[in-house]
Design a binder for this molecule. Structure first.
Ligand SMILES: NC(=O)c1ccc[n+]([C@@H]2O[C@H](COP(=O)([O-])OP(=O)(O)OC[C@H]3O[C@@H](n4cnc5c(N)ncnc54)[C@H](OP(=O)(O)O)[C@@H]3O)[C@@H](O)[C@H]2O)c1
Length: 301
């Protein structure tokens, strides 16, 4: 009887070990068709580079056609097929065109990276209502709608991955960023629910939460003041590499920003009062000013 239990435990251990080993084997993205939204700039541009460098076929989507063409020219060095689809993701017809043009060019979609996004800095009472609506439209609604259009394609193929680019602010919200943080928290909830819905179809959903990253989005803010938040400022290549790895290793949630952000995430969950105290202590007018500049043109006052 004892031997029976030992045998059973051994088999269970072997099954768990094999599952772990198989999960760890990285996916080869060579030849995969990857749509990157918001590829004209910052993290999206770096992500397009990172996928193309590994041999993926990359579809570049954003509004500014000239910037997309410039990124496409940069990617020529990798010798992989690329496609530019100028698209305002707030427009239903552009979302549909993005999917249609990708299928017309490559016949499939393997990975969708939902990266396009806007920031809206400022104390909430002062933010422009039109920009508030645009923020929710682009950051949440357009992402959710694009996923709706792409999932049937992935289902028909029997495989595919979706990466949702959130923000550390989804788990540790920052004053002067209320609506932005909320739009990213909405994406975090969306990614978790979607993952559970698609699990049976063999489709994977990853949530990548970048920390502060040196891109045009935060260029108008004073970096020296931001550094006092206690977290570093990443180069766009850092979240880009995390996005590619999320696909290669089928990662679920990836929080960037190092131990500072991980500690903040835990404190938000188990001792939110301490985080309130932290912000009471940190929130100088100078910092509020810096955070309020996110999403503005660098020369805007
Ligand atoms: N930088 C940070 O510190 C940071 C931190 C955490 C998370 N993130 C997230 O990372 C993502 C990328 O941001 P980033 O820092 O790389 O900023 P970015 O350089 O400003 O890039 C934003 C991208 O989104 C695109 N976009 C905006 N509105 C769009 C629309 N209506 N339709 C299509 N594309 C649109 C922009 O392209 P067009 O203007 O050409 O349309 C651009 O390519 C965002 O989701 C952001 O929230 C950034």
């Amino acid at each position: 009887m004892k031997r029976y239990w030992f045998g059973l435990a051994g088999l269970a251990g072997l099954a768990v070990g094999m599952r772990y080993a198989l999960r760890q084997r990285p996916l080869d993205v060579r030849g995969r068709v990857v749509i990157v939204s918001g590829a004209s700039s910052g993290i999206g541009r770096a992500t397009a580079h990172a996928f193309a460098a590994r041999g993926a076929r990359v579809v570049l989507a954003a509004r500014r056609a000239d910037r997309l063409a410039a990124v496409q020219a940069e990617l020529a060095v990798y010798g992989v097929p690329t496609l530019v689809v100028p698209a305002d993701l707030g427009r239903e017809s552009d979302l549909a065109a993005l999917v249609e043009q990708t299928l017309a060019a490559f016949g499939r979609i393997d990975v969708l990276v939902c990266n396009a996004g806007l920031d809206l800095g400022g104390l909430h009472g002062e933010v422009d209502p039109a920009r508030l609506r645009a923020l929710v439209e682009v950051n949440f609604t357009a992402t959710a709608r694009l996923v709706q259009l792409v999932v049937p394609v992935l289902r028909a193929q029997g495989r595919g991955q979706i990466v949702i680019v959130g923000s550390g602010e989804a788990v540790s919200p920052v004053p002067g960023q209320a609506a932005y943080a909320t739009s990213k928290a909405a994406l975090a909830g969306f990614a978790a629910a979607l993952r559970r819905e698609l699990d049976d179809d063999g489709l994977r959903v990853s949530l990548v939460l970048p920390s502060l990253t040196r891109t045009p989005m935060i260029a108008a803010a004073d970096e020296a003041v931001l550094r006092r938040l206690g977290i570093g400022i990443d180069e766009p290549e850092t979240p880009a590499a995390a996005i590619v790895d999320a696909v290669r290793f089928g990662r679920r949630d990836v929080i960037l920003g190092g131990p500072g952000l991980i500690a903040a995430t835990w404190l938000e969950r188990f001792a939110p009062g301490l985080m309130d105290l932290y912000w009471r202590w940190m929130l100088t007018p100078e910092l509020i000013d810096a955070l309020s500049r996110f999403g503005q043109e660098p020369d805007a006052s």
